[in-house]
Design a protein around this ligand. Sequence first.
Ligand SMILES: Nc1nc2c(c(=O)[nH]1)N[C@H]1C(S)=C(S)[C@@H](COP(=O)(O)OP(=O)(O)OC[C@H]3O[C@@H](n4cnc5c(=O)[nH]c(N)nc54)[C@H](O)[C@@H]3O)O[C@H]1N2
Ligand SMILES: Nc1nc2c(c(=O)[nH]1)N[C@H]1C(S)=C(S)[C@@H](COP(=O)(O)OP(=O)(O)OC[C@H]3O[C@@H](n4cnc5c(=O)[nH]c(N)nc54)[C@H](O)[C@@H]3O)O[C@H]1N2
Ligand code: SF4
Ligand SMILES: [Mo]
Length: 777
Amino acid sequence: MTKAPGDEPNEALTVTPPKKWAAGVPAVVHAMEYSLQETSPRNAGHTLLTMNQVGGIDCPGCAWADPAPGHRHRNEYCENGAKHINDEATTRRITADFFRTYSVAELGRRSDAWLNQQGRLTEPMVKRPGSDHYQPISWNDALGLLASELTSLDSPDEAVFYTSGRASNEAAFVLQLFARALGTNNLPDCSNLCHESSGYALHETLGTGKGTVSLDDLHHADLIFVVGQNPGSNHPRQLSALEQAKLNGARVIAVNPLPEAGLLRFKNPQTARGVIGQGVQIADRFLHIRNGGDLALFQGLNRLLLEAEDARPGQVLARDFIETDTKGFEEFAEHARTIDWNDILAATGLTREEIDQVRDEVLRSDRVIVCWAMGITQHKHAVPTVREIVNFLLLRGNVGRAGTGACPVRGHSNVQGDRTMGIWEQMPDEFLDALQEEFGFDPPRAHGLDSVNSIKAMREGRIKFFLALAGNFVRAAPDSAITEEAMRSCRMTAHISTKLNRSHTVCGETALILPTLGRTERDVQADGEQFVTVENSMSEVHTSHGRLQPASPLLLSEVAILCRLARRTLAEGTADIAWKRFEADYGVIRDSISRVVPGLHDFNRRVTRPGGIQLPNPVNEGVYHNDVGKALFTRNAWEMLHAPEGHLLLQTLRSHDQWNTVPYTSNDRYRGIHGSRRVVLVNPEDITGLGLAEGQRVDLVSVWEDNAERRAEGFRVVPYPTTRGCAAAYYPETNVLVPLESVADKSNQPTSKGIVVRLDPAPAPAPAAPQAETGRN
Ligand SMILES: Nc1nc2c(c(=O)[nH]1)N[C@H]1C(S)=C(S)[C@@H](COP(=O)(O)OP(=O)(O)OC[C@H]3O[C@@H](n4cnc5c(=O)[nH]c(N)nc54)[C@H](O)[C@@H]3O)O[C@H]1N2
Ligand SMILES: Nc1nc2c(c(=O)[nH]1)N[C@H]1C(S)=C(S)[C@@H](COP(=O)(O)OP(=O)(O)OC[C@H]3O[C@@H](n4cnc5c(=O)[nH]c(N)nc54)[C@H](O)[C@@H]3O)O[C@H]1N2
Ligand code: SF4
Ligand SMILES: [Mo]
């Protein structure tokens, strides 16, 4: 096959020094360049100006919160938000001709970037058994095929319904209702791969799966930790909040194996100060930690706080709060005092002096917030790490007061809302009872399959049907080769999608592409124009109104597809659900939601007010809905990740120029990488120690207890200031290295930031075989 535009150039890698600051004018220029390539100038300007405004489009990028109405800039978006929205608003189209030209096998050899660049999906397509081409199918026939497969299953538990966090509240609510009315809780989602560890630990200790912090809290904190997070690329407007906090006198401590640009200095493109000056220094202190060292860091800090209390009794710990609001302090404290400093220093790679200095910062601060993301949750000991962060906050009463709290920074724009709507394989009984009350059917009570367990069940032949509401499951999931084989074993796979991705090329016997409206587009149903709602990382629920003409007249909305599928599939009298009314008027769905989901009463009226609805967080009222009814101190066994001699600990992460499984280009501007994503960032001393050379071509080989071969081929070694013994490479190319069995304890989340690898020298590729087409891992 000839090389196609958008496939990764073979030998074009250039490396420049990593940037020491993020955003500013170049960021805006990059966003506009991307917008203009993807869309017409009119579309670009139009979509961007309504983005994150009251009554406008919610950014389809990350879940960062908007400032209060009246405090928003005219351009309330970041460079990457502009890219994400324009990636959807592209004027390129995929038609039936495209699928006549390319077989499924050919598409399977194309890179993720190339597939995405072909444009928007425009009509329903089917790949029938025995065929290697998708061909057009009517909506009526497509839904008929799906319904007849679903009704022929031996059990509803042979079906799996995956959701990715861009789906709206209304679509998510309808999907979980359909799945449960059908009789299964098999509702895996991207959150299983993302913040599941946070949810597990926070439920257990604080009785909520969500963060306890608002934007206002961030603005008024004294000390903010940013741990395991790269906000400059992944939550750029968080930098504006950190800047604001700093102008109010806060200090920021960044904890990361990589000195990420946005953590160091930020030039806010929305202020003159940011455009002309040096910007604001974000991190006052940078802790250059080893991968997986955060549990040890917080255990060490907690021990130091206990000892400070011993030295100054009554002056360090929040004694009253601990007495009234918490449980388990004594057991926790007894254990914390036994932690060995040598272990802590080995696990963190930090010096005792550095940790002492952080303790001093904490002691000087009345209001502390800890923010974290994937650098914490994607490790084997992620749950204990989050629990230890909670211990740290509880010790000085840094929960439930203004300017304090736990801030798990969510990824997808509505990943948190989808959970609120019931997308979870283990929703609590109260939610299921409320569904029963509202719709008059008995939802299944046994827990369903999460993402990892869905793949295992497919491998065991227990799953026949897979439907995805958004996302790119085979690229998001670990162990790519095994996941793909599992997916191919299904009888039917179907994807409700806006853009083409690799999951469409990994087909069950029959496969369907169900093209849908994106958030940018007008959604007109029988009762008129509709809007949808979403929930951000700070539990604010608000509206999103699409403005652009749909990419094709044949698109149906997510809600319409799911309601029609439910009507075709469910037997008459299964439940009292007004699917037709739901489709005609999403307000009817919201009326049902208001009776099922606590905190969303009077949903339709309240959500249209400027700023929307702030969901209550009981923790901030001193109420803890966990087993003990109090904030829980926990004792967490000490744990450290270890790579044997000659190996490195690999983290798989995002570049500045991708949306999850979808790379936009092969550049990572802030890290100084241009022209190729097949790079592995290694500390220069490790390069020498391993007998490798800068620029050398290596295969990454994962070492796991099953001794199976997991190899990602043809990566170039790039010297980079990551911590000793650690390495970094991009996801999803490296998902092939993450063993399906390598999951976080308790949360079952893949350990994508802690993989033991070996770097095997690799031969230079033959010029005729571009990497992106030979190896897709
Ligand atoms: N532009 C853009 N924005 C996005 C996304 C995107 O793909 N592109 N994805 C969205 C989604 S779904 C999510 S979940 C978020 C993800 O947001 P992030 O969590 O920022 O994403 P990652 O790129 O996975 O980066 C993880 C960060 O943790 C650090 N890290 C890795 N291991 C460790 C460790 O053991 N300890 C510590 N302290 N740090 C560690 C890495 O060096 C890196 O800075 O971003 C969201 N926003
Ligand atoms: N190794 C490794 N693996 C990881 C991670 C990691 O850091 N390392 N991160 C994990 C994380 S945090 C996450 S969240 C997952 C992400 O996993 P997913 O959420 O499954 O993947 P995305 O790449 O966000 O999905 C992109 C696709 O969504 C579809 N889409 C986009 N917008 C819409 C829409 O409005 N409606 C519909 N119906 N479809 C739409 C498009 O077809 C697009 O191709 O990956 C996880 N996997
Ligand atoms: S910070 Fe996140 S939500 Fe805000 S504009 Fe950027 S990508 Fe969109
Ligand atoms: Mo995520």
